[in-house]
Design a protein around this ligand. Sequence first.
Ligand SMILES: [Zn+2]
Length: 175
Amino acid sequence: MTETITANYLGMTLQVDALDNENLAYFGHCARHEFHLQKCDGCGLIRYPVGTGCAWCASGNFTWTPVESKGEVHSYTEVAHAIQPAFKPYVPYHVLVVDLDTQKGAPSVHEALRVFGNLVTPDGVLAPPEMVARVGIGSRVRMVFTDIADGLAIPQWTIDEDAKQSGDVWRYPET
Ligand SMILES: [Zn+2]
């Protein structure tokens, strides 16, 4: 039987409950630095976030599938005032919503697998201000994992230095 996973991350308690089978499996893959999502056995669509049923066909049957974790920033929030005191040394930091390349434009042209995460350095630490200042809507990013505890890692995003970056990444106008 799988145990509850509990860990501390920058002053927050993170917990995945013993009965939350889907999230235990998801974070189990993340702990091995592998990104797997649920592919519906009914309609074949991959879904995110993790859940018990398919949002499109309601099937409860799925198969964990490795997904290439690269994409483009769909939207972002730049946090200037830390809500959690432990985040204070890291402001400003980014919360990114990233469109994965996998399944982009399906099942309709406006949809994508949109995966949340912070912008981090390649080794998984919240990004410094000069890195935050480079990233906006349209930036190419790749996933990295921040190890939190035994059996728990958080998927995050870093700049994909190997990708061709758009010359006109959109950012909020600076004042
Ligand atoms: Zn389905």
